[in-house]
Design a protein around this ligand. Structure first.
Ligand code: NAD
Ligand code: DAU
Length: 327
């Protein structure tokens, strides 16, 4: 698998170790977003880390040849970074996926491509619709456009070359090991540091939250039972607006729920994401285990409170980058 030292990828490695007897090779470039600590303590006879770039054919080709299947998580993943500098997003998300596709085509290997609901653009707040597998692509940011591009490449390689691939598009993940540049861990670590949480714009924007463990179980289900060539949307009916989430974090951490700042909005900020995941649930029998966002969030807060040594080295630089943009 690619990107296995990142937030969601490392969760998937643990999930495979706990729920299967598979042996796993992680290919990861160890960018700023990676964390080797998230893979610590795993059995060495089952999990191997190869440090390398998914856009490097010389690294990718022999690894793909030596394995039965590829699960592709590696990406540049943060929208705000894609607004500051889109270039690594194009290289990793598009050229990297192309490199993986050419290798699985050459060696006739099964591929699962991990993508995002952001490829569908956004919904109005009062729209009764949610995203489905048939929603037209309409990405807004350089990040989501690069992921949309990668999805189109996978679909084209399935149709044109008969590559045995599936695609999943998941909503916003939360849980341990998420980089503190992202919304939920940024606000939790702000509160720990006595900094007021920072809400972009009005805070009315809605995200559909799912625990990373549930994303992992869904990807394994698709890998085992998904129909080749199909796309599956992954979501856990977790729609919340950002204002609600910030207020809940403050309350759970024993602070006044109004103790936050409104800051400059994100350029092109998507208003609402919402996933209809009936196909995955009905066809493949998957369902999420974390039904209660409040208790999942409380556990996540506890995790950041007890893992300060992990995030502390990145806090000042992360906040300085946001401060430059008035965020
Ligand atoms: P992340 O930024 O935490 O981790 C990405 C990982 O990919 C890192 O370990 C990084 O070192 C690695 N990587 C980056 N460029 C690489 C390259 N060129 N070669 C090899 N490795 C490279 O990201 P995440 O939040 O864990 O997201 C993982 C995947 O899931 C991405 O494809 C993302 O689009 C998708 N996704 C994320 C979410 C979410 O809420 N975070 C939701 C849906 C889908
Ligand atoms: O929907 C899936 C996507 O979810 C994934 O594809 C992305 O990889 C992942 O980063 C996430 O994208 P978002 O842009 O939705 O996540 P982020 O954590 O950056 O922001 C969540 C919401 O919170 C969004 O509406 C912007 C807002 N926000 C973010 C930050 C960092 C704030 O209000 N304040 C902040 O400080």
């Amino acid at each position: 698998m690619t990107g296995g030292a990142g937030f969601i990828g490392s969760n998937f490695v643990h999930h495979l170790v706990d729920h299967t007897d598979l042996r796993i090779t992680v290919l990861d470039k160890l960018t700023y977003a990676a964390s080797k600590e998230s893979l610590a303590g795993l059995p060495e006879d089952r999990v191997q880390l190869v440090v390398g770039d998914i856009a490097d054919e010389d690294v990718v080709d022999p690894l793909v040849a030596a394995h039965d299947a590829v699960v592709h998580y590696a990406a540049e993943s943060h929208n705000d970074n894609s607004l500051n500098d889109p270039s690594p997003f194009i290289r990793t998300n598009i050229l990297g996926t192309y490199t993986i596709l050419e290798a699985v085509r050459k060696h006739d290997k099964r591929l699962h491509h991990v993508s995002t609901d952001e490829v569908y653009g956004d919904l109005e707040l009062d729209d009764p619709e949610r995203f489905t597998e048939d929603t037209p692509y309409n990405p807004s940011s350089p990040y989501s456009a690069s992921k949309a591009g990668s999805d189109h490449l996978v679909r084209a390689w399935v149709r044109s070359f008969g590559v045995r691939a599936t695609v999943s598009n998941c909503s916003n993940n939360y849980g341990p090991w998420q980089h503190i540049e992202k919304f939920i861990p940024r606000q939790i670590t702000n509160v720990i540091d006595g900094i007021r949480p920072k809400l972009y714009g009005s805070g009315e924007n809605v995200r559909d939250w799912i625990h990373a463990d549930d994303h992992s179980s869904a990807v394994l289900t698709i890998l085992e039972k998904g129909r080749i060539g199909e796309t599956y949307l992954i979501g856990a009916d977790g729609e919340k607006n950002n204002l609600e989430v910030v207020r809940l974090i403050l309350t759970l951490m024993g602070k006044d729920a109004d103790d936050f700042d409104h800051v400059n909005d994100r350029a092109g900020h998507d208003m609402r994401y919402a996933i209809e995941s009936g196909k995955l649930r009905q066809e493949l029998g998957w369902s999420p285990q974390f039904q209660d966002f409040e208790s999942g969030l409380a556990n996540t807060i506890k995790w950041y409170e007890t893992h300060e040594d992990w995030w502390r080295p990145h806090k000042d630089a992360t906040e300085a980058k946001y401060a430059e943009k008035g965020q």
